[in-house]
Ligand binder design. Sequence first.
Ligand code: BTN
Length: 362
Amino acid sequence: MLTPLSFSLLRQLSDGSFHSGEDLAASVGLTRARVSQLLKQAETAGLALERVRGRGYRLLATPDFLEAESLRDALRRINVEVLPGDAKAPLLPAANDDDLALPGNAIPLIPMRPPISVEVVDQVDSTSSELLRRASRRDIHGALLAAEWQTAGRGRRGRIWTAVAGGSLTFSLGWRYEHGAGYLAGLSLAVGVAVIRALEAENLAGVELKWPNDLIYRHLKVGGILVEVNGDSLGPSTVVVGVGLNVRLPSNMKRDIAQPVSDLTAVAGRGAAPIDRNRLLARLVKELAQTMGTYGEHGFAPFAAEWQRRHAYQGKVVRLLLPDGASVKGTVAGVDSTGALVLADGPRRARFLAGEISLRRA
Ligand code: BTN
């Protein structure tokens, strides 16, 4: 578990130099023993530290911590409209809120391309859970929340999502649509396309999709997408898109994660410059915001062909593991307009809905 004080220590150590236990302790007003304890916990969160008697501590791999203002600058440089740092998300108009009611009972239109509000926190249970909590009262349309460390990161189908402080990207983007959940069924697949476009724009080519929206490199998982939709079946809806990416995972962490994983540093290849997480996150947000807008206007159709081209298993024989334990074998024919996987078995075609099925190479 990392605490705000651990982050304060890690920020000091992020210059890569040695800092004595005494200096670190004085800077945060703790004893040296407590500093040593906090740094031990940081190691369990995936940060590699060196301790040298007489010199102190230093971080072996120095993380480039996320920083809201750097992120806003990076977004502005790539022409994304960003709200100033002190802008507060507006309250949602509630039925009985007279002071918020619009003149003439007008229903406010949801802008297709809202400006992005950027918030970076050291730690939260889950960026998606936090945006979902806020959505009951505040307008989260265009709200980006990124965290260095999630204490209860969530994956699809109730799994936990493991990340490394300073070595992952974990963030969520809130959005609102006039549409209901049926129209939004293919959104999580479109988000997969957006993430891969962003990676390619940052010279990280070779990542593919695995239905419905895993991000894989050479069949190893490098990231995941969790799209959660709330609202009436006919709309409007509030959506929280959560994205987790492994940027630099220490090898012990790779071994500890239940499924075979890789990271974007492997995608970049040997000798490549270290990945700048603020810059990569800005590019991801740009592509995501564009995709969310396009999806609102045209649905999944503009993404279907590209999704299939980027699907690692397109045209391959696969085995689907169904939630009831049964399995089905077939050739991947593609996805339909709702994002359902279409499997062919001779002349027969069967559709499978996202979120229910695991996909394995046969
Ligand atoms: C998956 O199971 O593949 C989806 C993983 C999604 C993880 C991201 S990290 C940011 C956001 N917050 C969460 O708790 N989950 C998503």
